[in-house]
Design a protein around this ligand. Structure first.
Ligand code: ZN
Ligand code: ZN
Length: 75
């Protein structure tokens, strides 16, 4: 498993749509990896935005780097 090395165009992804808005449900992903997630851009109920505080903490936890470790070839 290799982690994506992108450090730009970072977005905070909801790991589970119904998983709430705290840090445990946040994953920092670059634009490419984010758009490759199965739930990205799906119509229907979209989760409420993370607060800026949670986004800041998630980015700090991730070291301002994409946290994607997917092997689907998105990075
Ligand atoms: Zn990425
Ligand atoms: Zn990826």
């Amino acid at each position: 498993m290799s982690r994506c090395t992108k450090k730009s165009n970072l977005e905070v992804h909801h790991v589970r749509r119904d998983g709430g808005n705290d840090l445990t449900n946040a994953q920092v992903l670059c634009k490419d990896c984010h758009s490759a997630t199965s739930t990205y851009g799906n119509p229907g109920k979209s989760p409420t935005q993370f607060t800026q505080d949670v986004k800041d903490k998630a980015l700090k936890r991730a070291g301002n780097q994409c946290e994607c470790t997917s092997v689907r070839g998105c990075h």
